[in-house]
Design a binder for this molecule. Structure first.
Ligand code: FBP
Length: 525
């Protein structure tokens, strides 16, 4: 019996007994081996000096064969960054497979992200603990955090911890930065004769950790389905009450994948896509035109989706932010900043409502940068469109959907995908590889047809300017505005502006096979 059985809801109880569907190969990991698929050089030769040991490490395809013996392994695992539904299933998949391979294997959860490694803060995960979180949302069994292991002192502390615990492997479940970190650690451990191997697992609701090999991270599907349910409900309310424009900001720190997926699922009157790189003035005009046109058609309501990262894509705001960062970094007082801006940037600054000006000047992260994700873009747009439509009567309601979607019960897709990723990580550990990320392909098909890969993380990396220095990173995958998914949205965009073709997806379904096994629309395309 689950220890909190009295506390859990009937649906959670039911979900605990769901058996994730996985590719047949993953059912018997002991009978699998790895085949090298490429030993291609990483795309940027300069990475070689930073990662001499893993620079030309191969990627692998998984197949039947006599792999390495299944010896007892001691494995550490941590979550990094924002929660994403399906994370507990990664732990369950990893735990089950490790124990099936050798019942003496142990899984140690580091608490609250990489900080747990630096502070040696951990707990050994038992079958009882794992059984209590199967197919449930959240990362709460071990917590997560945004600490990075970057400095020489942190790297040394991480090496000390994994040595102290005698870990054979460390599994890092995270996004682009965390998997970059996984590569840094893999290299560091090899260079310092630490025998712990490092395996990455792709996680983020943002859907921006993608490459040719990685189709999607887990968590995106459940988050989008949750937001799409809420957007559908709001659309129905808009159409019923006929008096508000709903400006709905959706999470996604940089890329607009979540907004695009929700647009395909719900058909709002407009979905802004940051990657189109329109100026603030263009966007305000576009929305004002939409409100005018709909008014002429007798409609004084509507639904507009706004991606969280929109503001950073607007060329003039981007320039303003970079100028502000420079001036403030020179230690100039915020009150003097406006007078120090170049004319064009001063104009942009003056256009912004006071609340946003204050956010740009005072709400800074520990590195002194603007906290772009905290800016109320939905409120900014409402205010500026109101100015533009002075003589027109209309009302707007701002919303922000973010945290609501990160810890929901995982959809069947994410429950299956997370569990399969965990089992694949166990295979990587058995086969003693390091510096690889788990990649599952053909995700739009049913799990029986998924293909399994272990991809050398270095293959995903490039050099990018960060805080004035060239740094190795996994580049975020933005929405490709020449790609198929955006084209699909473009096809319906102008019709959806005036006609109300809202779709109401309703809550995530778990039990009706016609609905419950749906995959993200982004993948179907
Ligand atoms: P990850 O990239 O760590 O998965 O986080 C994604 C995200 O949910 C973004 O969409 C959002 O901007 C950010 O986390 C919010 O972060 P925080 O939890 O620190 O407020």
């Amino acid at each position: 019996m689950h220890k909190n059985e009295g506390m859990i809801s009937p649906l959670e109880k039911k979900r605990l007994s769901y058996v994730p569907q996985i590719p047949p190969l993953l059912k018997n990991i002991g009978s699998l081996s790895l085949e090298e698929v490429s030993r291609a050089k990483a795309p940027v030769a300069e990475l070689k000096s930073l990662f001499p040991r893993i620079f030309s490490a191969p990627s692998y395809r998984v197949g039947k064969g006599k792999g390495k013996a299944a010896r007892a392994q001691k494995v550490g695992v941590l979550f990094s960054g924002g929660p994403a539904a399906g994370g507990h299933n990664v732990l369950a998949g990893l735990f089950d497979a490790l124990k099936e391979l050798n019942s003496r294997s142990q899984l140690i959860g580091f608490l609250n992200g990489a900080a747990g490694v630096l502070e040696s803060h951990s707990k050994e995960l038992s079958a009882k603990m794992i059984d209590g979180v199967r197919n449930l949302g959240g990362f709460d069994l071990i917590g997560s955090g945004r600490t990075k292991i970057e400095t020489a002192e942190q790297l040394a502390a991480a090496a000390e911890t994994v040595r102290k615990y005698s870990l054979d492997a460390l599994v890092i479940i995270g996004g682009d930065d965390s998997n970059t970190n996984a590569a840094v650690l893999a290299e560091y451990f090899l260079q310092h004769n630490v025998s712990t191997r490092v395996i990455g697992v792709p996680k983020t609701i943002d859907g921006d950790l993608r490459s040719q090999e990685i189709e999607l991270s887990f968590g995106f599907d459940s988050a989008c389905k949750t937001y799409a349910e809420l957007i559908g409900n709001i659309a129905r309310d808009a159409k019923s009450s006929r008096k508000y424009y709903h400006f709905i900001k959706l999470m996604g720190r940089s890329a607009s994948h979540i907004t695009l997926e929700c647009a395909l699922a719900t058909h709002p009157n407009l979905a802004l896509v940051g990657e189109e790189r329109k100026t603030l003035a263009e966007i305000v005009r576009q929305i004002a035109d939409l409100v005018r046109k709909r008014k002429q058609a007798g409609k004084e309501y509507g639904v507009i989706l706004v991606p969280e990262g929109l503001i950073e894509f607007m060329p003039e705001v981007k320039q303003l932010i970079s100028e502000l960062n420079k001036i403030l970094a020179e230690g100039k007082p915020p009150a003097a900043v406006e007078s120090l801006l170049a004319d064009a940037q001063r104009q942009t600054f003056r256009l912004l409502p006071e609340k946003i000006q204050q956010q740009l000047l005072f709400d800074r992260d520990p590195h002194g940068n603007v906290q772009v994700s905290q800016i109320a873009t939905e409120e900014l747009l409402i205010e500026l469109v109101k100015r533009e439509l002075k003589d027109l009567k209309w009302s707007a309601q701002p919303h922000f959907f973010g945290y609501e979607g990160r810890c929901c019960l995982p959809s069947n897709f994410d429950a299956n995908y997370g569990y399969a990723l965990g089992r694949l990580a166990a295979l990587a550990i058995k086969e003693e590889v390091t510096g690889v990320i788990c990649a599952i392909q053909f995700l739009a098909k049913s799990p029986e047809k998924w293909a399994l890969r272990l991809v050398s993380i270095i293959q995903l990396m490039c050099l990018e300017m960060r805080k004035g220095k060239q740094k190795p990173v996994i580049q975020k995958a933005l929405v490709d505005i020449k790609g198929k998914v955006f084209a699909q949205y473009q096809k319906v965009r102008s019709t959806d502006e005036l006609e109300d073709r809202y779709r109401y997806p309703g809550p995530i379904q778990f039990f009706d096979p016609d609905v419950s096994d749906s995959v993200p629309l982004t993948l179907e395309r």
